[in-house]
Every structure is written in structure tokens, then in C-alpha cells.
Ligand binder design. Structure first.
Ligand code: GRF
Length: 204
């Protein structure tokens, strides 16, 4: 089996990136992490990637201002240089142009800290507490031009407890993120995901 080459895009802490890197250490994991790319120089996840001897790249979004097309072109150049075949967004806090998303259609995935289609966007744990939902969780999905809108791959639910704070609920969800994101990448890299309209079926 030839391992699929994967680039991970981060903006911050990078704990999901670390979960993917750790999973990819297993000899039978169908993907290898060939690049960790950040749009922020201060992203803590870069240090972890360097400590694992994974190539890193920085495309500082600040330097591009509102010129999203130029920013995406710079990212595309880094991705091509790395030979990436799959892109994983892992806490990447920058919207991508439709052209960029379409170029990676079916090969770019994201993790979102809520049970989509509920709570798209930011501050999902605070909003879940505010709404009083009893179940919250996380979702992996293919990336399409609309934010947090692409076909859903895996979801994991956690209970919302009466004494939960944003932090305690977030931690419970994060533990599930670290479980379903590597599993999602494993399925994608082994060619076991079939997109049918908005539904993703697991084959094989
Ligand atoms: C995670 O909650 C992820 O679901 C969301 O942003 C957060 C990033 O955390 N997209 P980390 O950088 O992976 O630790």
C-alpha cells in the first residue's frame, strides 16, 4: 500500500493536527503527513510539527490583507511543492476561495466542534450551552465553498451536563475530535468514502 500524502493546515494550538500526526505513526495507517502549513507565525502547533521533524510552511495571511486569491495561490504553491494529495483543515481560521475549495473537492476535509448543521461558525460550545441542547459534539466533513457546509463524514456526540462550562464541554468534545479526525483521514486515504449528493457513504 502506498501511503497518501497529506498536508495539514493550522492557525493555532494544533491539537487535532497532533492527533493526526500520532495516528499516522502507525505502520498500517494509509496516510503520511508531509506538510504542516500555518497562516499564523505564532501558531503553537508549528513547534509540535517541528519537534516531529515534519516539514512546515508559513503563508502569513496578514501579509495578504484582503487579497484572498493571492493568499490561496501562495498556499496552493506550498501544497504542490509538498506533493500533497489530501488536505486536512485543523483549526484553520481563514476562509478559502471557492476556486481553491473546488480544486481540492473530495480531497479536503475539516473538523468542526459541533454537530452540524447546528452551530456553524465560531463559539460553538458557548452557543450550545446558551441554547440548552442536551447533546453536543463534533463533525468531520468535506470542504466546499460554503463555511461548515460540506457533506458530513463522521460525527460524535457527547452529553451536555448541568454544571458544564464552555471549557468543560469543549474538553469533552475535543477528546472526540481527536478520535474521529484520524478515523476520517484513515477512511478517506484508503478510498472508502463515497460522496452521493450530500451523503457520504463508507464503503468496503
Ligand atoms: C477545534 O475545536 C476544531 O474543531 C476547530 O478549531 C479547534 C482547533 O483546535 N475547527 P486545535 O488547533 O486542533 O487544537
Amino acid at each position: 500500500m502506498r501511503k497518501k500524502r497529506v498536508a495539514i493546515l493550522i492557525s493555532g494550538r494544533g491539537s487535532n493536527m497532533a492527533a493526526l500526526v500520532k495516528a499516522a505513526r502507525a505502520p498500517d495507517f494509509p496516510a503520511e503527513i508531509v506538510l504542516v502549513l500555518s497562516n499564523r507565525p505564532e501558531a503553537a502547533g508549528l513547534d509540535f510539527a517541528r519537534s516531529e521533524s515534519i516539514p512546515t510552511a508559513l503563508v502569513p495571511s496578514k501579509a495578504y490583507g484582503k487579497d484572498r486569491a493571492a493568499f490561496d495561490a501562495a498556499m496552493q504553491a506550498e501544497l504542490e511543492r509538498s506533493g500533497a494529495e489530501i488536505v486536512c483543515l485543523a483549526g484553520f481560521m481563514r476562509l478559502l476561495t471557492p476556486e481553491f475549495c473546488e480544486g481540492w473537492a473530495g480531497r479536503m476535509i475539516n473538523i468542526h466542534p459541533a454537530l452540524l448543521p447546528s452551530f456553524k461558525g465560531l463559539d460553538t460550545h458557548a452557543r450550545a450551552l446558551e441554547e440548552g441542547v442536551k447533546l453536543h459534539g463534533c463533525t468531520t466533513h468535506f470542504v466546499t465553498p460554503g463555511m461548515d457546509e460540506g457533506p458530513i463524514i463522521l460525527q460524535a456526540a457527547v452529553p451536555v451536563l448541568d454544571d458544564d462550562t464552555e471549557a468543560s464541554l469543549g474538553a469533552r468534545v475535543l477528546a472526540e475530535e481527536h478520535r474521529i479526525y484520524p478515523e476520517t483521514l484513515r477512511l478517506l486515504a484508503s478510498g472508502r468514502l463515497a460522496i452521493e449528493g450530500r451523503r457520504v457513504k463508507i464503503t468496503g
